[in-house]
Design a protein around this ligand. Structure first.
Ligand SMILES: Nc1nc2c(ncn2[C@@H]2O[C@H](COP(=O)(O)OP(=O)(O)OP(=O)(O)O)[C@@H](O)[C@H]2O)c(=O)[nH]1
Length: 192
């Protein structure tokens, strides 16, 4: 069971949230944004977002990460309650250094799956255990997951979380991320 470390108000561009950090977070840097009171609630809208420095912070168009992050925040900001769990697992868990190596291969024409494999790295090394612990901490009864990635929903279901729906997080494709989005759909099973 995770333990609360600190909680504070976080006024954002999408309205007022509370930000939580937890003691048992081995990275010490995951963040949980909560809108309203989610304790004991059913059908809690939930975004589990994996860190993408290039997209989330720099606005890179190579991926749809920032678009999804902003859309999720804006959506959650309009709800009575909801959560965004921001996991610091950059590059689908391979880290920034390796992600940029993978980008370099993608610049040569390989897709995002091939690039990871050529580097001897897993295609998706992410772990959502922390998110499961957070949901249990808040005694959330069931969630509606904001994602296009069925693997994320499967993970929650396999770890005892009741998933009552999926909220698609559509982004607007650009010439820069079209190939990436096609690869996500065709090779990673995303429902785009
Ligand atoms: N290794 C690698 N990671 C990437 C690449 N592009 C984006 N990422 C990372 O992918 C993660 C986001 O994963 P996505 O597959 O875009 O989306 P998802 O989280 O699985 O699914 P959604 O819930 O629909 O957003 C972030 O950690 C990004 O840093 C890439 O080309 N290579």
């Amino acid at each position: 069971m995770i333990k609360l470390y600190a909680k504070a108000k976080l006024p954002t561009m999408a309205g007022m949230f509370d930000i939580y950090t937890f003691e048992n977070d081995e990275h010490q840097d995951h963040a949980v944004l909560v809108k309203g009171d989610v304790t004991g609630k059913e059908d809690v809208p939930l975004r589990i977002h994996s860190e993408c420095l290039t997209g989330d912070v720099f606005g890179s168009r190579r991926c749809d990460c920032r678009d999804q992050l902003i859309r999720s925040l804006v959506y959650l900001g309009k709800q009575e309650y909801g959560m965004l769990i921001y996991l610091r697992q950059e590059g689908r868990g391979i880290g920034l250094l390796n992600k940029i190596r993978a980008y370099s291969l993608q610049d040569q024409g390989y897709d995002t799956v091939e690039a990871n494999l050529m580097l001897g790295l897993p295609v998706d090394k992410r772990d959502y255990t922390f998110a499961v612990e957070v949901l249990k901490y808040f005694n959330v009864k069931s969630v509606k997951v904001m994602t296009n990635n069925p693997a994320k929903m499967d993970f929650l279901l396999e770890h005892g979380i009741r998933v009552t729906g999926r909220i698609p997080v559509k982004s607007t494709p650009t010439p820069y991320d079209e190939f990436y989005l096609t690869t996500k759909r065709e090779r990673l099973g995303h429902q785009l």
